[in-house]
Design a protein. Structure first.
Length: 553
């Protein structure tokens, strides 16, 4: 490639910025909404002066680092097409820490500040685990088939990204489908718009105009879609200046009381491990797309961003995002990352998060995120050897089960007639109206690990690596026996991890994954006896016939 200076900003960075901005904005709005369940209201000092500014500083820290890292890689490899790793708030951690850490503390103490302190500790613990995980990440990546790392991301992309946002488009079609047409036209066909306008920017504009104008002309089709000027006036009431505050003293006070927080390690530790594995998978995804970042510094920065968040008052970890191939194929470089960091710094420190959410409808940018999910799913098959396609497919199922369990859990919560606990108490090992609810919950628990392990086992068997397949099976058994995967405890509609060293809650439904652990051990025995104790090397002919160009080159 002919050398050209790596730019600070390109036009396509605007597309990438809108995609990343919308994703992070959704997480901020989720935080504002769910913190109210912990007694932290939208106009409280804990939210406006600690949580949101702390989140903003951690987002800025990570985005600036990964933008700088992209510049270093471009300089090292003499390229101008390097795309920075996307970075932002961690959705699973937000949900898990609010529902399984902060809300229980609030219910027990009736103190919003106590719930906030425990959230700080959960965030801090997650950051420490991510930081330490950086020192083994390269070793794990070398030993893990690419199919195992990418199939997990593809499963998440299908369910939690693409499916979620395509449903948003069809939920409100008169707002969402016109922006979707713009995004699909500009990103799939690479059509150039007048004045070289980025497709993401035009999608946001036409979606916002549709949301404000169409209800006046066709109200019968716009139920629940009209934007509210009153809501904007209310949101403007929170405008002000909220500089970051140091929250280390509140965190330290709680750390000195281990009896208060040790019980929550059953939630914090698995989530920290999930974040480590997820970051490794995202770095592998970036390499498959053409940008090879060293895992250790990338994950150290990831962990440090989360630690910064906790010390500045945010209860919610940040992470390397799934979707680098989508941003790269979109044409984004490093500027989208830098712009994202400063954007959230401004809106969080001025209290204007709510105003933006009231002006721009989520559906206006849904298609951008949908497109990223599609690219990730395609990459899992394209960037792996053809022979590993079945391994990628097998790794999708636990993530899809996790998405289904989330939908089921939310539906039962709203319906209010029967809880998930009541359903499984009567039908633990039987079908519920044709659906295997127990099996779905079993696959959902620790699905990030299960996706990777099942895919790795399949890839090893395809390559006649019977000993390696047996080793992965033993790892799966250890995870199941320990409760990091497959085991669960259900209270009402809340699904909890059931780790081996914790006591059963007799008022809930508890399932120990002992049988599944034994099943994985039988996997290992079968592979070794019937397959052999050796890993057979692939023939050169097989390797050549399976080689494929990576997405993004």
């Amino acid at each position: 490639m002919k050398h050209s200076n790596y730019p600070l900003f390109v036009r396509r960075d605007l597309d990438g910025f809108f995609a990343l901005m919308i994703d992070n904005l959704v997480q901020l709005l989720l935080i504002v909404a769910l913190c109210s369940l912990c007694g932290i209201s939208a106009d409280s000092d804990l939210l406006l002066r600690y949580i949101l500014p702390g989140a903003a500083l951690s987002i800025l820290f990570g985005n600036l680092f990964y933008a700088w890292q992209a510049h270093q890689l471009a300089k090292k490899e003499n390229r101008s097409d390097v795309c920075a790793l996307p970075y932002g708030l961690n959705t699973p951690s937000i949900l898990v820490y609010i529902f399984f850490v902060m809300i229980p503390v609030y219910q027990r103490t009736d103190s919003a500040e106590a719930a906030w302190q425990m959230g700080l500790l959960a965030c801090f613990g997650s950051g420490i685990i991510e930081f330490l995980g950086a020192f083994i990440a390269d070793w794990v990546r070398r030993l893990t088939p690419r199919a195992a790392l990418l199939s997990t991301l593809a499963g998440i992309a299908i369910g939690f990204i693409s499916m979620t946002f395509v449903l948003k488009i069809y939920q409100r079609p008169l707002i969402g489908m016109l922006p979707a047409a713009v995004v699909l036209l500009t990103l799939f066909s690479q059509t150039k718009l007048p004045f070289r306008m980025p497709g993401g920017l035009l999608a946001i504009i036409v979606g916002t105009i549709s949301a404000w104008v169409l209800p006046e002309f066709i109200p019968q089709f716009m139920q629940g879609s009209a934007m509210s000027t009153e809501a904007i006036k209310t949101a403007w009431g929170q405008w002000g200046w909220y500089p970051p505050q140091f929250a280390g003293s509140a965190l330290w006070e709680l750390l000195k009381q281990p009896d208060e927080w040790l019980g929550y390690m059953s939630v914090i530790f698995p989530m920290g491990l999930f974040n480590v594995i997820g970051s490794m998978q995202n770095i592998e995804s970036a390499e498959a797309a053409g940008d090879s970042y060293a895992a250790r510094p990338s994950m150290i920065a990831n962990g440090m961003g989360t630690i910064v968040a906790s010390l500045l008052g945010s209860c919610f970890p940040t992470t390397i995002y799934i979707g680098h191939p989508g941003w790269k194929k979109m044409g984004s470089r490093a500027g989208y990352s830098t712009l994202n960091g400063f954007f959230f710094l401004v809106i969080c420190l001025t209290g204007t998060t709510g105003v933006i959410s009231q002006i721009i409808p989520l559906e206006a940018g849904a298609a951008i995120v949908l497109w990223i999910g599609m690219v990730i799913t395609a990459q899992a098959f394209q960037a792996c050897p053809k022979r590993h396609a079945p391994a990628v497919a097998l790794g999708l199922f636990p993530a899809i089960a996790a998405w289904g369990a989330t939908i089921m859990q939310g539906t039962l919560l709203v319906a209010g007639n029967k809880t998930l606990q009541q359903v499984l108490s009567a039908n633990l090992f039987t079908e519920v109206n044709g659906f295997l609810v127990h099996g779905m919950v079993v696959m959902e628990r620790g699905f990030i690990f299960t996706c990777m392990i099942l895919s790795a086992i399949c890839a090893c068997l395809i390559d006649s690596k019977y000993r390696s397949a047996a080793i992965w099976s033993v790892i799966a058994a250890i995870f199941a026996f320990s409760g990091l995967t497959n085991a669960y405890e259900i209270m009402g509609n809340d699904i909890h991890f059931r780790l081996a060293f914790t006591e059963d809650n007799l008022s809930g439904v508890t399932y120990h994954a002992t049988g599944i652990g034994i099943g994985y051990l039988l996997f290992a025995v079968t592979f070794l006896i019937l397959g052999g104790f050796k890993d057979e090397p692939l023939t050169p002919e097989t390797e050549e016939s399976d080689s494929e160009p990576s997405l993004g080159h």
